[in-house]
Write a protein that binds this ligand. Structure first.
Ligand SMILES: Nc1ncnc2c1ncn2[C@@H]1O[C@H](COP(=O)(O)OP(=O)(O)OP(=O)(O)O)[C@@H](O)[C@H]1O
Length: 753
């Protein structure tokens, strides 16, 4: 049957102020579902209205189709009918007109007093948009398909109306029998999510009996809980079926069914189990299904098991699928260096708050957690860890006993851990949905959060696709510099100090006084450094390769410089050999900057050599500075490193590629002779995969002593070719005078500066 889409656009004209559109636009065209497209303030009106009975009658009179008449009838928009308004509504209208209240007070919804109290005690005083949108239709008994962004309160969206109905039923019929059968069944795809839903319901309605059942824990305990009598059962499909089959759980009195994260049921292979359970439920019931996406199976479910469902979609075709308040970063890494920069990312971006790192494999989760533990307290969470331990881990994390949780995607869906400051995607997620759900562990309930995506060069396009799919924008960042790490560590230490107990302080005061008298503030500084884990000074890190002990410098040439010619790796090498030959001898990676107006390049030097270089006076027209963020680098060839490096395999398969489109690929200073020299042995030729010159490289490295960093390393001894062989191959312009035929260090005009 054709679907009905309720048009509310004409209502917009009647709203006193311009409404915020919730922009639902997708629509499921089966089984007469109806999509309400509600402007936020209109939803306020409906939900706030004590005339909800009017809505109900209008809805039923219209054969479950909500039309504009329903809203007009609420007399919210019609001045002629103002006399009929109740006072709270009038107040609400005034708020709308004055642009005041944007959320709806829990106390004004006609909810049972004890529910209002528990919600308010939990700090829940106003409904979130999905809760506002679901409330009235749910109270009217409508079947609902709901969709909203992560962390926006979907659990209470279904729980509040259900709790209200069950509570009121109990108030009318005070005979709450021991051994009573459940009236509410909530299906969740994972144990963690089931537990979380249970907690949310229990905390909101402690006076109802809510039991959570899932695999991996004692069957007998759950059996005992169920047989004692229960109002609400939350569980994962597998254990629910076991309990139903053994006749411990009887579903004959279920009036409310909720399928939470329905698409995830499919992802974890619960289709059959879910359908088996649904077949056993009484046909007279209200069903609500929440799903981030609507794969075919979920559509089939809603067709088969939901009655004329109303679709409330607060995401729709909105480009941005992530909750507001989540700031996204992306950082290019390599497989060898990503683990080493993780700790710094946590230190600088989480600033001592909670972080969840997502890995693809259980093994990575274990290894990353182990690697971090030396500096930051962290625990792993994945499917191989026993249920008991998983719960302990989650509780410990919630309570702040450790600050970094390293998890596989098992933890990404639905987990509500308050105040997660940072999410790190250690590897790219498998699909955009997983990205949204992982990232959605932060920035929950209207709070701010950050998510960092780590990617390698070969994944660069995927990152762009992700931006389009999710409708988000990443800020591309470099690994934090030493100053940032030190600054953040110091801040964290100060925060830690404020938690030290007064008695402990008293105990240490005499020693502190003695130290202060002897050394002044140096003593305090030493203590802070030690507490931050910096008993030894931190070594700097290359912005290009992220390797420790290296510093990335930037060299730029003034635009009015008399020196002509393009900037290239050879330019850098040539220049360095003329001003500080030692630096030229140990140069690491070199990249040309993308901005041609700047005429610049970035390059790596060992930390101490970089320091020495920076202390030297440079010839006029050339500036060398230490940088903390990489500028945009040439996108073709070497500059690809900006987004991560080619793997060895990729690199050699691209052997013939030109670098940067510069004529260096013809084989420049030293390059040709070094990489193609027979006396370098097969090793270099094989490692480099080059057939001559630098043309095959995606990045250059001309020596140095890094271990394992670059495939292109050649020892200093080897890389000192005879000047004859060098000069024979030298064809590019001199850095100083711009003429070709000689190197900068041998420039006849060298003495001019
Ligand atoms: N009206 C409210 N006011 C304040 N906090 C709320 C409100 N509603 C829900 N919360 C809190 O917001 C957090 C997120 O809610 P919930 O877990 O239901 O989100 P969700 O939409 O189901 O997220 P996900 O899609 O990630 O599962 C919870 O801690 C919950 O207690």
């Amino acid at each position: 049957m054709a679907a009905s889409i309720i048009g509310v656009s004409s209502l917009y004209h009647q709203l006193p102020t311009k409404p915020t559109t919730l922009s639902p636009s997708s629509f499921i065209s089966h089984n007469k579902p109806h999509l309400i497209s509600l402007p936020t303030k209109l939803t306020h009106h409906i939900a706030s209205s004590s005339s909800s009975s009017f809505v109900a009658s209008a809805v039923s009179a219209r054969n479950s189709v909500i039309t504009e008449d329903v809203f007009v009838g609420l007399s919210l928009f019609d001045d002629d009918n103002n006399n009929n308004k109740d006072s709270s509504l009038e107040e609400f209208d005034n708020d709308v007109i004055n642009g005041g209240v944007d959320e709806l007070a829990v106390s004004k919804l006609g909810l049972p007093q004890r529910l209002v109290e528990t919600l308010e005690n939990r700090g829940i005083t106003n409904l979130f948009p999905i809760q506002r949108a679901v409330l009235v239709p749910a109270l009217e008994g409508r079947d609902i398909i709901g969709r909203a962004k992560t962390g926006t309160g979907k659990t209470l969206a279904f729980a509040i109306p259900i709790i209200k109905r069950v509570t009121e039923e109990d108030e009318e019929n005070r005979n709450r029998l021991a051994g009573r059968l459940p009236r509410v069944l909530v299906l969740a795809p994972t144990r963690e999510l089931a537990k979380q839903v249970e907690t949310e319901i229990k905390e909101s309605a402690p006076y109802l009996r809510t039991v959570c059942v899932y695999g991996g824990v004692s069957y007998t305990l759950q059996k005992n809980q169920l047989t004692r009598g229960v109002d609400i059962v939350v569980g994962t499909p597998g254990r629910l079926i076991d309990l139903v089959n053994s006749n411990v759980l009887k579903l004959g009195e279920v009036q409310f069914l909720v399928l939470d994260e329905a698409d995830q049921m499919l992802a974890v292979g619960f289709e059959e189990d879910v359908e088996t359970i649904l077949e056993k439920l009484p046909p007279q019931r209200q069903s609500m299904l929440f799903s981030a996406t609507m794969p075919r199976w979920v559509q089939k479910l809603s067709r088969k098991y939901l009655k004329t469902p109303l679709t409330i979609d607060l995401v729709g075709d909105q480009d941005e699928k992530l909750a507001e308040g989540i700031k996204l970063y992306a950082i290019p890494t390599t497989s060898t260096t990503k683990r080493s920069i993780l700790g710094d990312l946590v230190t600088v971006y989480a600033k001592g708050g909670k972080t969840i790192i997502f890995t693809q494999t259980k093994r990575d989760a274990d290894e990353v957690s182990m690697a971090l533990t030396s500096s930051i307290a962290s625990e792993a969470l994945h499917g191989d860890i026993s249920q008991h331990q998983r719960e302990r881990t989650l509780n410990g994390f919630r309570q702040g006993k450790f600050t970094v949780l390293v998890a596989t995607d098992v933890a990404s869906r639905g987990l509500d851990i308050p105040n997660v400051d940072l999410v790190i995607h250690y590897e790219l997620p498998n699909d955009p949905e997983t990205f949204v759900h992982r990232s959605g562990r932060t920035g929950r309930a209207g709070k701010q959060g950050k998510a960092i995506l780590m990617y390698t060069n070969s994944q660069r396009r995927t990152v762009k696709t992700l931006e389009q799919d999710v409708g988000c924008k990443f800020e591309f960042i470099s690994p934090p510099g030493v100053d940032d790490v030190l600054g953040s560590s110091a801040e964290q230490v100060i925060a830690t100090l404020s938690g030290v107990h007064d008695e402990s302080i008293d105990f240490f005061t005499p020693t502190a006084q003695k130290l202060y008298d002897q050394q002044g503030t140096r003593a305090l500084a030493a203590a802070l450094a030690h507490m931050s884990g910096f008993s030894q000074p931190p070594s700097s890190r290359s912005l290009i390769t992220h390797e420790q002990g290296w510093t990335t410098l930037q060299m730029t040439r003034d635009s009015d410089s008399s020196i002509k010619g393009y900037m290239s790796a050879r330019t850098v090498t040539g220049f360095l050999s003329s001003v500080y030959a030692t630096a030229a001898g140990v140069l690491g990676k070199i990249h040309v900057m993308a901005d041609k107006k700047v005429q610049g390049a970035v390059f790596d030097l060992p930390e101490d050599i970089a320091k020495n270089l920076l202390s030297k006076e440079m010839p006029p027209g050339t500036t060398i500075t230490k940088i903390s963020k990489l500028p945009a680098l040439e996108d073709d060839g070497p500059a690809n490193d900006f987004y991560g490096r080619f793997s060895n395999r990729e690199r050699s398969s691209r052997g013939g590629r030109r670098d940067s489109g510069s004529s260096d690929s013809r084989g420049g200073w030293g390059g040709n002779s070094r990489f193609s020299l027979g006396d370098e042995g097969d090793n270099n030729v094989r490692r480099g995969g080059r057939s001559g010159g630098r043309g095959g490289s995606s990045s250059w490295s001309s020596g140095g002593s890094r271990s394992g960093g670059s495939d292109w390393l050649i020892s200093d001894r080897r890389r000192t070719p005879s000047s004859g062989s060098r000069d024979r191959n030298f064809t590019g312009p001199c850095f100083h005078c711009g003429r070709s035929g000689h190197r900068a260090s041998e420039c006849p005009k060298k003495q001019d500066y």
